[in-house]
Design a protein around this ligand. Structure first.
Ligand SMILES: [Zn+2]
Length: 343
């Protein structure tokens, strides 16, 4: 198995100071991969900056030039949560471009699959504005790029970050070529992502939201994947699977209130890998979104690589959440299955 790693020190130059989304997330993850002897088993894919025309597949020219000029003026706040430094525009170009390189190398068969360890993250970024620590929607741009450059007709995006990927949903809400599946705490930031948001027009049915009540964990997530994502992916027949991997649904991440473990994430990633093998010649690209507990982020990133490399042992140094019996999940999943006509 040839597994690609996209990383570049430019991602550390998006300097957010003591913001929770800061460069230590990647510094610690990279040193953890090195210590664990994982990095040497990976194929390094150096990123390139995305072209402005590529960003324009998702973002308005006015917004792109606003971000560029803001960086030239020294940076500052783009929205109440999202801060920029002088190098953030360049880092953001390389974050989007990193995904493009990963998609290109997977499509050409240079690697079997890959993981882009980029910052800033992307899934909240809207067409004309930054949101929730995100500047450009890296994965949405990559999906558009895959559809146009490789003449694909069907791309599946799975997003298990604890927050709803409102930017990604918005980009493809009426697009039947992209199936967007998201699990996220609800109600929660950014406020969107209830189960009745299912797409519109030709895209009706290709947006699949699986909101999660605070406190649910591995068991509920795995049922969402096995009982909703798997049948819908088989129905959709993707030619490529892209994954917004955020690790903020972990029980030890204080950004949110979910109870997923590192092993739970690994089981979801295993399902995605099996779907890719079954449906699209293994073509699978992950990108980093959120995740703010540094120990959780490092060990979860390593677990993604263990899954991609086919290592059967998954270390979980953080451990599992205490088991709690929570009510209401059966009715909830049945409602979602009903909306999406799953048996
Ligand atoms: Zn998040």
């Amino acid at each position: 198995m040839k597994v690609g790693l996209v990383y570049d020190p430019i991602y550390l130059e998006h300097d957010t100071g003591d913001h929770v989304e800061n460069s230590r997330r990647l510094v610690e993850a990279m040193s953890y991969l090195k210590e664990a002897g994982i990095e040497e088993k990976l194929t390094c894919l150096p990123p390139r900056p995305a072209l402005v025309e590529e960003l324009e597949m998702i973002h308005t020219p006015e917004y792109i030039s606003y971000v560029k000029s803001k960086a030239e003026k020294g940076g500052g706040w783009l929205d109440p949560d999202t801060v920029m430094s002088p190098k953030s525009y360049e880092a953001a170009l390389y974050a989007a471009g990193g995904l493009l390189v990963a998609v290109e190398e997977v499509m050409k068969g240079k690697v079997d699959n890959g993981f882009a360890l980029v910052r800033p993250p992307g899934h909240h970024a809207m067409r004309d504005r930054a949101m929730g620590f995100c500047i450009f929607n890296n994965l949405a741009i990559a999906a558009k790029f895959a559809l146009s450059k490789f003449n694909l007709n069907r791309v599946l995006i799975a997003d298990f970050d604890v927050h709803h990927g409102n930017g990604t949903q918005d980009a493809f809400y009426s697009d039947p070529q992209v199936l967007y599946f998201s699990t996220h705490q609800y109600p929660f930031y950014p406020g969107t992502g209830w189960m009745d948001e299912t797409g519109m027009g030709e895209g009706e049915g290709t947006t699949v939201n699986f909101p999660m009540a605070a406190g649910w964990g591995d068991g509920e997530y795995l049922r969402a994947f096995n009982e909703v994502l798997v049948p819908l992916a088989r129905r959709f027949q993707p030619q490529l699977i892209l994954v917004s991997a955020g690790f903020d649904a972990h029980w030890a991440d204080h950004m949110a209130m979910m109870r997923v473990s590192v092993k739970g994430f690994a089981q979801m990633e295993m399902i995605l890998k099996e779907l890719a093998a079954e449906l699209c010649q293994g073509r699978l690209v992950f990108t980093l979104e959120g995740g703010y507990n540094l120990r959780v982020v490092s060990s979860s990133i390593k677990a993604v690589f263990d899954v991609l490399l086919g290592n059967s042992e998954i270390d979980d140094p953080v451990g599992e959440a205490e088991v709690r019996k929570l009510e209401g999940f059966d009715e909830h999943i049945e409602a979602i299955k009903g909306i999406h006509h799953i048996r």
